[in-house]
Structure formats: structure tokens, C-alpha cells
Design a protein around this ligand. Structure first.
Ligand SMILES: [Zn+2]
Length: 304
């Protein structure tokens, strides 16, 4: 998950969970908890109302009425699924297995059956927040590489302490980027992934941003001239905005909390396009590795 996908998750969650009171929390994979135990999560969140849900970089922060914060870092495969248990949409009813359907028809007690049914629980469910009005928020993570942080009321949020600039804010300018990079001898692609400099950009969007800016991923941070810095900032904002508008990139099973897939993968010009011809210059898109990560680029448009 990179900035656009996390932004989409947060936008949907905002409509669903703000103002809802948490009845209880269930953690299925305590290994994903950072700095806390299952019991501490339960103690700090039960009975609290969610007052905010925001994105910072690739993190999702939920603020509670007692001042505690629950933070998730979805990393590769973390997704949320919100489920208003007592009023199932018809397509979800159709997905239920026959046994539950029969039982439902007999008893017509939707509330009880949906409270018990496993329609959205699967082996990748790592956490469930149960709300007092009956909704449930599932956090599912196939590879379980994500992290769940709890910050108790008043505790400084150390997970945010060293994060860099948000690329979609006015603060992110060519001037600021110059200040951040002028002493950096590292190559540009790993620099774009460094969350202490700019937040939210991962491997997919770094490749696309550099392609659209027409800059080599192997160029060093301190080698960029003013015009290149400007092009990089412009490309970063344009690509991230477009990805949000198209609801993200459907790679690594990304779906938003309503189960919808993103469309940005259709727009990918270089990422996972090795061997295809560049639509601008006709060179074949190349693939290599930089610091153990895949790098895709056009040797024509992005020459060193
Ligand atoms: Zn090209």
C-alpha cells in the first residue's frame, strides 16, 4: 500500500466509523502488535468513541475519545473491510453458504445470524473492532507484514516522529526538495522511498513518478538541477492525485473497505512493464534491482 491506497481506505473509513463507539476488540495475530499487548489494546479502546481517522504517510491513525490512538501500517497486503452486520446488502446474502441461508430463512433472525456468520471473516483476519451499533471493522492482512500500534492517552506518537513531507501538501515544493536532497549522494529511487524525506511513496509510484519526470532512477540526489527538481515535484503530485482519483493500483490484492478494486494499474507506464515498448520514445522498458528492490525505467526517456 502506498499513499493513494491508504488515502482511499481512510476516506471510506471516515464515512463509516467516525462517531462509532467500540464495544470490543479482537486481535487474532498478536505478533503484529507493536509496543502493546492484546489486553492493553482491549483496555484502551473498549467503550471509546472514534473521533478521527486520518492518513499520515502510509499509516492510518484512529483517534479515540479518551485520547488513545490506534495506528495501523498496512504495508504490503493490509486491507480494511467494514461490515454493517445487521443490514446485509443482498449481494452479501447471496454469498452466504446454504446452511446459513436456510437457517436464516427459518428463523428470520438476521441480527443473530449475521452476528455469528463468518461472511467476512477469513484466515487473514488479524483484528476486528466491534461497534455498539452493530457494525464491525475487519483488518485483514494476507502476508501479516503490517503492524498495529497502540498509543495510550497522552503518549507521544513516536511512529510519526521522523516522517518527512506529505507530497500532496503545498509544503512540498522544488525548493524544499532541493534542501532535502542537496547533500544526498544516494541514488534517487531509494531516496524517494525514504519515508524520512517524503512520505507515502513506495516502489510502484516511485517508478511511475521518475518516468513521468523523465529522470533516471540512478541519478544521485545532489545531482538534480532546479528544472529536474521542479519536474519531480510536479510528477509526484500529478501521479499520486491521479492514482487516488482512480482508486489506487490493484496490485497485492488491494481493495478499498467496500471491496472495490482500483483502476490505476491500467495507467502504469513502467512498473512491471519490462520488455514493453515505451509509448513516448519506443525503447524497451528495462528492469533491474536497486537495494534489493525492483526498479523499472525507460532507458530512452530516463537516460543518465
Ligand atoms: Zn521512453
Amino acid at each position: 500500500m502506498e499513499l493513494p491506497e491508504v488515502e482511499i481506505i481512510v476516506t471510506v473509513l471516515n464515512k463509516k466509523i467516525i462517531g462509532q463507539q467500540i464495544e470490543k476488540v479482537e486481535i487474532f495475530k498478536p505478533q503484529m502488535l507493536e509496543r502493546c499487548t492484546t489486553q492493553e489494546v482491549e483496555d484502551n479502546l473498549s467503550g471509546q468513541t472514534i473521533t478521527s481517522c486520518i492518513r499520515r504517510g502510509k499509516l492510518i491513525l484512529k483517534g479515540m475519545s479518551n485520547g488513545a490512538h490506534l495506528i495501523t501500517h498496512p504495508r504490503m497486503t493490509g486491507i480494511y473491510h467494514y461490515y454493517q452486520g445487521y443490514k446485509p446488502p443482498i449481494q452479501q446474502v447471496n454469498k452466504l453458504d446454504n446452511q446459513i441461508k436456510q437457517k436464516m430463512l427459518k428463523s428470520l433472525n438476521f441480527k443473530e445470524i449475521f452476528a455469528r456468520s463468518n461472511v467476512t471473516t477469513n484466515k487473514y483476519t488479524r483484528m476486528i473492532l466491534y461497534f455498539s451499533r452493530g457494525g464491525k471493522l475487519y483488518y485483514q492482512d494476507k502476508r501479516a507484514l503490517g503492524k498495529i500500534f497502540l498509543y495510550r492517552p497522552g503518549e507521544p506518537i513516536s511512529a510519526l516522529a521522523h516522517l518527512g513531507v506529505e507530497p500532496l501538501t503545498e509544503e512540498f515544493t522544488a525548493k524544499l526538495l532541493k534542501e532535502k536532497l542537496h547533500n544526498c549522494r544516494r541514488q534517487l529511487k531509494p531516496l524517494l522511498l525514504d519515508q524520512r524525506i517524503i512520505v507515502g511513496i513506495g516502489n510502484i509510484y516511485a517508478a511511475e513518478i521518475l518516468y513521468h519526470a523523465g529522470i533516471s532512477p540512478f541519478k544521485r540526489g545532489n545531482e538534480l538541477n532546479d528544472e529536474e527538481l521542479w519536474r519531480l515535484v510536479k510528477a509526484a503530485k500529478a501521479i499520486l492525485k491521479k492514482a487516488i482519483a482512480l482508486r489506487g493500483t490493484h496490485i497485492s490484492d488491494f481493495k478499498d473497505p467496500q471491496g472495490e478494486e482500483g483502476e490505476f494499474w491500467k495507467e502504469l507506464c513502467v512498473y512491471q512493464q519490462a520488455g514493453n515498448l515505451c509509448s513516448r520514445c519506443g525503447h524497451r522498458i528495462a528492469h533491474t534491482r536497486q537495494q534489493q528492490r525492483s526498479t523499472y525505467f525507460c532507458p530512452g526517456c530516463q537516460a543518465l
